[in-house]
Design a protein around this ligand. Structure first.
Ligand SMILES: [Zn+2]
Length: 340
């Protein structure tokens, strides 16, 4: 089959269409003919090489996969059924899995990272990871959905326990997770203050439903958030920028406020005044991916038309290098999707 494996670490130029062996499904797997695969930053890190993580090469990346069933395996889904792939790999047997906290699985992995992914004509995935794509939803839109909406749903609902009427500050609302978070928070009756780095992304955040949109490079971000909340601060912060904004976003939290972070793109270190932590009764939470129940709930909202992934561009698989450049230079607004 044709695929774009990572054969050596480096810049986007290391990505090229190659002929590789077809995947051999294990017991419990389904075989899917990939039609669309959306990019994530995870793909870029794999291509560059991740410190402390030894990735066995060659490796086929791609975690957000939509396609057609070739062999349904235990899923019982007929050939040609249109499906999207839940990107979480779990054992299904450990205490966390049994309790429904499967993103805390002892053996947690991500499709396209701990397994071969969707930059290929065929992919083998656990049959239980398939969800049906309803009629009228394109492969490209379906592929643009799972990872970011799963992540944002888990952050807002499973971690922060968001309630209607609360105020949410979404940092970097132009990112995939940010776009998902704005929509999910609005769907659950929250007031949303979004930040972004340029006028186009600020306008797009408003178009997705944000009540307020602020430039996160502006010096007065904290003051502006306090002004917009009657000096109270926000109930929930959705964060993944890290060091560059850490001090300022902590100061945006109301008493009893919860901050959830899923990444630290600008740097890994942030200071904390412990007096603020206890006196203001703050909660600081980490989040990574999400549970199958999170994805099922988010996917149901998507199929009802209540959430919509933003597709920036669709490129053929042969242009994977160009797709990586687009994501790497932040030229995109929304998901960059490969068509296969
Ligand atoms: Zn498990």
């Amino acid at each position: 089959m044709r695929a774009v494996p990572i054969t050596t670490h480096g810049g986007p130029e290391v990505l090229a269409l190659r002929e590789v062996a077809e995947p051999a499904p294990l017991a419990g797997d389904a075989l899917v003919r990939v039609r669309a695969c959306a990019l994530n930053h995870l793909d870029l890190w794999q291509r560059r090489g991740i410190a402390r993580v030894g990735l066995a090469l060659p490796h086929i990346p791609g975690s957000d996969i939509a396609g057609e069933v070739v062999e349904g395996g235990p899923s019982g889904l007929a050939a040609a059924t249109r499906v999207v792939v839940h990107p979480g790999l779990t054992c299904g047997r450990c205490a966390a899995c049994v309790a429904g906290h499967d993103s805390l699985c002892d053996h947690y992995g991500v499709v396209g990272y701990q397994s071969e992914g969707g930059y290929a004509e065929l992919v083998a995935v656990p049959a239980g990871n398939l969800l049906r794509i309803p009629d009228g939803v394109t492969f490209e839109a379906a592929a643009a959905f799972p990872l970011t909406f799963l992540t944002a749903w888990h952050m807002l609902l499973s971690r922060a326990n968001l309630r209607a009427g609360e105020t949410v500050l979404v940092i970097a609302a132009g990112s995939g997770v940010g776009q998902a978070a704005v929509q999910i928070a609005k769907l659950h009756g929250a007031r949303v203050i979004a930040t972004a780095g340029d006028a186009r992304k600020l306008e797009a955040a408003r178009a997705l439903g944000a009540d307020e949109a602020l430039d996160h490079y502006a010096a007065g971000l904290t003051d502006e958030v306090r002004r917009l909340t009657g000096r109270r601060g926000v109930d929930v912060v959705i964060e993944h920028v890290g060091e560059a904004v850490w001090d300022r976003v902590l100061k945006c939290l109301a008493r009893g406020g919860r901050l959830v972070t899923c990444r630290a793109t600008s740097g890994y270190h942030g200071a904390l005044d412990l007096r603020a932590l206890f006196a203001r009764q703050l909660s600081l939470m980490g989040s990574y991916m999400g549970t199958r129940a999170d994805l099922d709930a988010a996917w149901a909202a998507f199929t009802r038309g209540e959430l919509r992934p933003v597709v920036d561009s669709v490129l053929p698989l042969a242009d994977a290098a160009e797709a990586h450049r687009r994501l790497e230079t932040h030229a995109q607004f929304g998901k960059v999707v490969l068509q296969i």
